[in-house]
Design a protein around this ligand. Structure first.
Ligand code: IVH
Length: 670
């Protein structure tokens, strides 16, 4: 493609991608699938790689470009980022209204009501319409520079519709759907989950590697100003509209209230709507609409007098702890679950809450029959907070963890330093059942339509005793199950059949070997390429693999040494379940003995044969790492034409410099 043509196409792609971001984030109505979006993005990346001088900072490809940072730089806020004083009831709001009217000597006052989104306050700096820096609030005076991570938020405009210079402030947050997905993934990997979307958003924005932040799908609403050089509209509501015109995402639920009664009505309405929003809110922010009053009202040490945050009452409820149920997980860990008198809380009915382990039951002093206070942690996961001892009647009973497994009656044990009790009987039916639920789950064999309920029914009907039995199920086995019509049975059988073609890492993860999460399964699959080879690997061979520790190696060895495992694998193989890894193996990636294996490379200048992006991909495919700046740790500097300071630095440090011809040679040699 000629440069002129490429330029047109690049601009067209950018417009298209930006428009799809608007459909997706602002209108909540995606017009294309994620896969189609990725195709557009890839096309743009390819063209930009061919014509690197056409890359501009506001291109959507520039959202995730940078390398991990060593640390975050400090940013001083020219205008401090204050917080808000709180109102907890209607009276507090009326006091706020009266104080303002008294201070200003008026009888009427108009307010803007906004949702108080539960995320992290951020400041965004634009110079002549371009996003140049983003920062956290920090202590209000000094925050951290998180520009790279903020850029990954697709609804953050990299370029505004007018070349204005201003600092805007708003809330970065994680939508509920992204939060659920993230925790699901963490659970699959056996990692600690985030308690609520706020913590998850904070954790993501504090990732030094922007690629990790990008994977977290954060979003953003703007609601305020920092430093401004422009003439801004006289009212806050007009200011928000102006921000929207510039291209910022503003919360559509904002509303002007002409009296404090209208404020109260808005709060009531939003409290009802709260459960159906795609994100968490913890209150309502009320701001004086006329900005000319702000100066006169002034601020206290911490917060402005022209705004207040109404905090929703913490969603708590009192109910009765009826029983404590013991659940045996697939690894044999035994966890107690509180069975509660159903109670309505934050829009859903709560009847169970995990108690995690016996120690927590002791700490809280829970007895069966107690009245307990429950809340939704992060308004999602129900939690028992405390006992109402004054409500005791004497009929409450103490709870003891059983000493034997409720499913198989074998003795429970504490392994090493673990707080959790475990059932270590490999034939425990509860563990087997949970293991099968894991096997079919999304991160493992991903068998659509085969959820927990179906597995339990099949298991209880004696139709499946091991995962291998799944592959012999027939229509007649499934039809009698609850809510199973002919169509769903056919779909299910097709899904089971499809899963036979899965690549090795899914099967390996699905087997549920202790300590082998999705990531380790991937590493092992890449290394061995076939389950048969892994099965016969020695401990030494396993431990040599990067990312596989001795504990995991032992666990893998022990697992495959079991005769019942051998049996099961043989049956899976007979049923035609694929054991091979279908992605690129380490060897195929050429990472083992390529000239770039484990080398740190910096690319500079322009090459004729390819753009930097392509060069980077090639080096990475050969096991190398490409970074942005030259240091003593750099192994090679690939220098194209008109290379500048990086080449100088390389010479200064004595780093091996490779010109384009030699670079191409090295690629070809492999
Ligand atoms: S205005 C000086 N508006 O609540 C006024 N804050 O306690 C600054 N927040 O740190 C804040 N939604 O993180 C404002 N619509 C909204 C908000 C909002 C959430 C957060 C923000 C701030 C905290 C104030």
């Amino acid at each position: 493609m000629q440069k002129a043509e490429a330029k047109n196409r690049i601009e067209e792609l950018r417009r298209e991608i930006d428009q799809h971001n608007v459909y997706y984030h602002e209108q909540d109505e995606p017009q294309i699938s994620d896969a189609e979006y990725d195709i557009l993005m890839r096309k743009l990346l390819e063209l930009e790689a061919q014509f690197p001088d056409l890359i501009v900072p506001e291109s959507p490809t520039q959202r995730v470009g940078g390398e991990p940072l060593p640390h975050f730089n400090k940013v001083e806020h020219e205008v401090p980022m204050l917080s808000l004083s709180n109102a907890f009831n209607e009276q507090d709001l009326r006091d706020f209204d009266e104080r303002i009217k008294r201070l200003l000597g008026t009888t009427e006052m108009e307010y803007v009501c906004e949702l108080k989104v539960d995320g992290l306050a951020v400041s965004l700096l634009y110079e002549e319409g371009r996003f140049v820096r983003g920062a956290t609030r920090g202590d209000g005076q000094i925050g951290e520079d998180i520009t790279q991570n903020l850029k990954t938020i697709r609804s953050l405009p990299l370029k505004l519709n007018k070349p204005v210079t201003l600092e805007v402030r708003g809330e970065a947050f994680m939508p509920r759907s992204a939060f659920t997905r993230l925790n699901e993934k963490k659970r699959e990997k056996g990692e600690a989950i985030f308690a609520n979307p706020r913590n998850a958003a904070a954790g993501s924005l504090r990732q030094l590697d922007p690629k990790l932040a990008a994977a977290r799908s954060l979003d953003l609403f703007l609601y305020g100003t920092g430093m401004v050089q422009e003439e801004t509209p006289p009212t806050h509501s007009a200011y928000l509209d102006w921000l929207a015109e510039l291209g910022f995402r503003i919360n559509p639920k904002r509303r002007v209230a002409r009296t404090i009664e209208e404020v109260v009505a808005y709060i009531d309405e939003m409290e009802q709507a709260r459960a159906d929003l795609g994100y968490e809110i913890d209150g309502i922010v009320i701001k004086v609409n006329e900005r000319r009053y702000y100066h006169a009202l002034g601020t206290t040490a911490k917060s402005p007098r022209w705004a207040i945050a109404y905090k929703f009452p913490a969603e708590e409820a009192v109910t009765v702890l009826r029983d404590i149920e013991i659940k045996v997980g697939r690894t044999g860990a035994v966890t107690p679950t509180a069975i509660l008198e159903p109670v309505s809380l934050a829009g859903t009915t709560v009847s169970r809450a995990s108690l995690h382990n016996e120690e927590i039951i002791r700490e809280k002093g829970l007895m069966l029959g107690d009245h307990v206070k429950v809340k939704k942690a992060g308004d999602i996961i129900p939690e028992v907070i405390s006992v109402l001892e004054e409500k005791r009647t004497g009929a409450e009973r103490e709870f003891h963890m059983p000493s034997s497994c409720p499913a198989c009656e074998s003795q429970l044990v504490h392994l090493e330093e673990e707080v959790a009790l475990r059932c270590i009987n490999p034939e425990c039916p509860a563990q087997i059942r949970e293991g099968m639920i894991h096997f079919v789950s999304r991160g493992a064999m991903n068998i659509d339509g085969l959820g927990e309920k179906v597995i339990i029914q099949l298991f209880e009907a004696g139709l499946i005793q091991s995962v291998a039995d799944l592959y012999t199920l027939e229509e007649k086995d499934l039809l009698p199950l609850d809510r199973m019509g002919e169509k769903s049975v056919n779909n299910l059988i097709a899904a089971i059949k499809r899963s036979k073609e899965n690549s090795m890492e899914r099967l390996l993860f699905g087997l549920g070997i202790r300590f082998v999460g999705a990531k380790a399964a991937q590493i092992l699959a890449e290394h061995f390429g076939d389950l048969e080879r892994l099965r016969h690997a020695s401990s030494e061979e396993l431990e040599e693999i990067e990312g596989i520790g001795p504990r995991m190696a032992d666990s893998v060895r022990m697992y495959f040494a079991k005769p019942e495992v051998e049996q099961m694998l043989m049956r899976l193989q007979q049923e035609g379940v694929n054991f091979r890894y279908k992605g690129l193996t380490q060897a195929e990636k050429g990472a083992v003995d390529s000239p770039f294996a484990d080398k740190t490379v910096v690319i500079t200048g322009t090459m004729e044969a390819m753009g930097r992006k392509e060069a980077k991909e090639k080096i990475e495919a050969l096991g190398g790492k490409v970074t942005g700046s030259v240091s003593k740790k750099t192994d090679y500097v690939v220098a194209g034409a008109s290379a500048g300071s990086k080449l100088e630095k390389a010479k200064e440090l004595g780093v091996d410099v490779i010109d384009e011809a030699r670079f191409l040679q090295m690629l070809a040699d492999d």
